[in-house]
Design a protein around this ligand. Sequence first.
Ligand SMILES: *Cc1c(COP(=O)(O)O)cnc(C)c1O
Length: 878
Amino acid sequence: MNASSNPALPPDAPWIVLKFGGSSVARVARWGSIAELARQRHAAGHRVLVVVSALSGVTDALKAIGESADVGERRRLAEALAQRHIDFAAELGVDPALLAPWLAHLSELAASGGGSRCQGLYAWQAELLAMGELMSSTLGNAALRQAGLNSRWLDARDCLQAQPQPNQNEWARWLSASVPAQRDDELRERLAGRNADIFITQGFVARTADGCTAVLGRGGSDTSAAYFGAKLAAARVEIWSDVAGLFSANPREVPGARLLRRLDFQEAQEIATTGAKMLHPRCLSPLRRSGVPLWIRDTGNPDLAGTEIGPEAPDAAPSIKAVSTRRGITLVSMETIGMWQQVGFLADVFEVFRKHGLSVDLIGSAETNVTVSLDPSENLLGSDVLAALCEELAQFCRVRAITPCTAVTLVGRGMRGMLHRLRDVLADMGSLSVHLISQSSNDLNLTFVLDEADAEGLLPRLHADLIAACALPAEEDEVFGPTWAQLYAGDRASRPQPWWRARVEALRDIAAARGTPAYVYDLGTVRERARALRGIGAVSRWHYAIKANPHPAILRALETEGFDFECVSPGEVDAVREALPGLDPQRILFTPTMAGDDEFADALAQGLRVTFDCVEAVRALADGRHGGRSIAVRLDIGPGRGQHAHVRTGHDSKFGLPLADLPAFVEAAQAAGLVIDTLHAHLGSGVFDAGHWREVGLQLASLAERLPTVTTLNPGGGLGVPYLPGEPALDLGALGAGLDELRAAYPRLTLAMEPGRYLVAEAGVLLARVSRIKRKGRHVYVGCDAGMHTLLRPALYEAWHPVVNLDRPDAPRTMRADVVGPVCESADNLALDRRLPADTAVGDVLLVDIAGAYGAVMASDYNRRGRPLEIVLDGGAA
Ligand SMILES: *Cc1c(COP(=O)(O)O)cnc(C)c1O
């Protein structure tokens, strides 16, 4: 054994407490990492205390022994546990004889069924439960020493003394004990005198004043680590588990949930209390009181950054950090007409809750009703308990239990100052059955309690809405880290590096040589997106919706990739024909809106494919002059979809033929000798639900069953592109699989689609130059030569585009600013409330990303500021 690798540290060397959970300590390979982590911290000048849980599953097995009345069963269970630890010792390569005293004690406890020196069932159960940690820490100490560390085993019971709490029942006194945790210089000195710098001890266990063993209850090992951290006045406590840290939502439900890099104690407390399973709510307060930071890290990936929780963050701007949910909530609604101004009503009813041992969480009150919620994690809430509660409450009021409910909580500092950002979220909630809304008095949370069924699938939508509303400021990379999918799912769902990352120099040169504002398009990216779409085998004909970007170079590139074109005006048709002279007119689909009769007639005369969406336009062709031609009909089949009301084109919009008019349309088409060969629907733009086009197709297919001339379904475009950081990309594989199903169900019908944005958005960036920086109070405006006349989307749709300072691409972004243009309108902005490098200066070149779709084409000469340049890169050449 090589203990000399641990030179003694000075007695006042700072402590670090490392805590490892059951699944870490139960794996042999993890002990290598644990030893390495302890070694690194020691080498950096820290004393180290390793706190361990029992091997995974052991606490449950001990609990089963403690609950069994059958001595034979207890013995069998204890022997199995003993064998498991002996086997694990052998796996670790340490001497199983080290376990002998513990195994003897375990077998004694199992045989006796209670009544050791400490009297009572609970005392016996606590002593049993503590055996798991006593054994795992003994094996762990041997493993650390074997790895060359001079570590010492420490009995946590000699350090943590349980203190009875007011109103504490007997069960909690033994099995959910509390320990006062202030700086403990006696303990610091005692450990400094033990001739070692690295210690290992048990989580979960403590000692009562009369010398018996007590345990700390659920999450007890985290709590132990926190108690030790406070007592040793540690530099920090590190909790090592299977996940890198806390996330902005439960990653199992929201793969786009972001790692939370930094939180203050209060926010972390709120997240832990309202649903995050990662961290036990009890472990934060000892650390908060003593100001000891807490880190959460992933044992399997020790190099991943995790979550750091500390005293209040310096930047306390209001923002939402996380959405959490708790299922299985019960609401108790108490109705009475006599309550208003009646003294003592609440005292009476809450006395009943107290009597039944139930703790109340949320409260909503009105003149004649008080509704409260009961959280199952704080209450032992059987149906008999609930029935007894309701029966007793009935003497004061009319009682109704509403169950099961889910509590959805938005957590973050300054909630009241953020309501304006929650417009869309509140609108979404409005369509669900919300029973109770509660806003915490510490301004850290806003909770909605709704029917459990309504909460199904809500979380991913809510998370995305909060990011889109900038209420959850996902671009603040000091707070929000990578998505769970990026960390753990091989990044399948998110984007690769944007093309321009490798060409920052070239873009700066272009801005200098050609001037700004300038759009720059990368044809390689356009081709890449085109090929990805062409890989969807179920679709036989692809139209590019050219209104997204009609630049001739893009039209030509897409023609080469096998795309046809979709045009919404005669001008767009001309643009295609100019860029591609001699193109077969049947490769142009004309889908105008509110067009006059002449436009339709003219398009037919040119030989284009034409989509109609009203009966009158077809009746105007009753003379039969285009008899025999095939046409498409655009139908209004349902509520619109998309990222903003202005891009939804379903019900409540001018688009599409109402289904009620379809029979009249068919009749008019027959009268004009026109053949309806395509049913079409395009419900909006920016759709991420990969099943959307299959669903639209299925609806069209069922309509086609009564229209034998129909051969083609066109479920539109609208394929979503993620603009926000961490927003998952549209899953093309799933989209294609859905369309395969559709084809299999309707083999007679072929499919066409007409995406615009998807092909070009990420291929384009906008370059602008900073012209002025203005400060008004604390507000910073970064003015540049691009504005709403260059890129209208932020002003028109409140669209969010990433903005990067190309002259300082890697500088820390610490200045909050609005990026605005030179137009005399207050909506003239490119990006609101963003972070830019603090030294951003006049003359710097800003890059506005994902600007290839609906960018240059919507630019205007408003204020006579001129239109932007458009520059095409093909394989790197300008
Ligand atoms: C705009 C438009 C499209 C393309 O929408 P994207 O969101 O750019 O894919 C497709 N079809 C019709 C009828 C359109 O008007």
